[in-house]
Design a protein around this ligand. Structure first.
Ligand code: SF4
Ligand code: SF4
Length: 291
């Protein structure tokens, strides 16, 4: 791996980590619920400028929250109830009351969107391609998996395996799926339709076909969702597999922020990430993914 970036290299992403939006969004939600506002947008128009929360200054708070308006509108459930498309359970399987469920749903989705911006700013200066390459020879794993939505497969000019055998197994099941005479991970990078959906498999020493020699992504504006969201993740909620079609999405409350230790900027910014999680009232979890 290249040298770690310096905190100075990461200044723009670090500045956003030091100003988490969730405390501001929660204040806005509280003011909406306790005020005369019919809609969240009206509340944003009335916010004072600037706002300070816990020693963090938020200049132009309405502008900061505007990109998250569609998420914050979930608070309108309290004044204009509609059927909710999700339910949230605690660790014992009990459904959480509406107030807590809506707060967690908004928190999770706001963080997902905010962290996409922060992760992109932090990744760019690192000169690292760990997320876009298969395992190096010295690593224990024999392949890396990049999960894809079905519609995202069109961006990858690769062979695709979509057979009864592939759809009946997972990449981690023994014996491994065979492609020709070989286990799938001993063949060239390819797309597979597994039991749980599509993924791109990068065998040892392989690279995503869109990784340029310069280390840049050739399809950056169209890169898959999974490529947009490494390596600090919202783990406020975990979506559980649906038991039946048409079921509302069930989430388990996790109330955590997950950071993957393999990533150079996570290593450099451990304290900033922990402080970001604390400000959002989440438990930071640091985890090694690739070894
Ligand atoms: S699509 Fe781009 S970001 Fe995603 S793995 Fe390939 S090169 Fe990396
Ligand atoms: S490990 Fe981190 S720095 Fe490296 S490519 Fe992935 S997100 Fe970027």
């Amino acid at each position: 791996m290249k040298n770690l970036p310096t905190p100075h290299d990461l200044a723009s992403g670090r500045a956003l980590l030091a100003r988490p939006l969730l405390p501001l969004a929660r204040l806005a939600g509280f003011l909406y619920l306790t005020g005369p506002f019919e809609r969240i947008a009206e509340l944003l128009g009335e916010l004072p400028d600037p706002i300070e929360i816990g020693g963090v200054l938020y200049p132009q708070p309405a502008a900061l929250l505007q990109p998250y308006l569609a998420i914050l509108q979930e608070f309108e459930q309290f004044k204009h109830p509609t059927a909710r498309s999700y339910r949230i359970i605690d660790e014992s399987g009990n459904e959480l009351p509406s107030m807590e469920a809506i707060d967690l749903w908004c928190s999770h989705h706001l963080l997902v969107q905010e962290l996409e911006v922060i992760n992109s700013l932090l990744c760019a200066p690192c000169g690292c391609t760990l997320c876009c390459t298969g395992p190096a020879a010295e690593m224990g794993q024999v392949f890396f998996e990049i999960p894809l939505h079905a519609a995202e497969c069109q961006w990858f000019p690769l062979a695709a395996m979509d057979t009864e055998a592939s759809r009946a197994t997972t990449p981690y099941q023994e014996p491994p799926l065979r492609r020709g005479d070989l286990p799938f991970y001993e063949t060239a990078p390819a797309l597979y339709h597994w039991q749980g959906g599509w993924s791109l498999i990068l065998p040892r020493n392989a690279a995503c076909p869109h990784l340029e020699p310069t280390g840049r992504c050739r399809i950056y504006p169209h890169r898959p969702e999974v490529c947009r969201r490494p390596q600090i993740f919202s783990y406020v909620l975990e979506a559980l597999p649906a038991a039946q079609a048409n079921e509302v999405t069930t989430y388990q409350a996790r109330r955590s922020l997950l950071a993957v230790w393999d990533c150079p900027y996570v290593q450099v910014l451990q304290e900033s990430i922990a402080a970001f999680a604390a400000a959002c009232e989440l438990t930071p979890v640091f985890r090694q993914n690739k070894a």
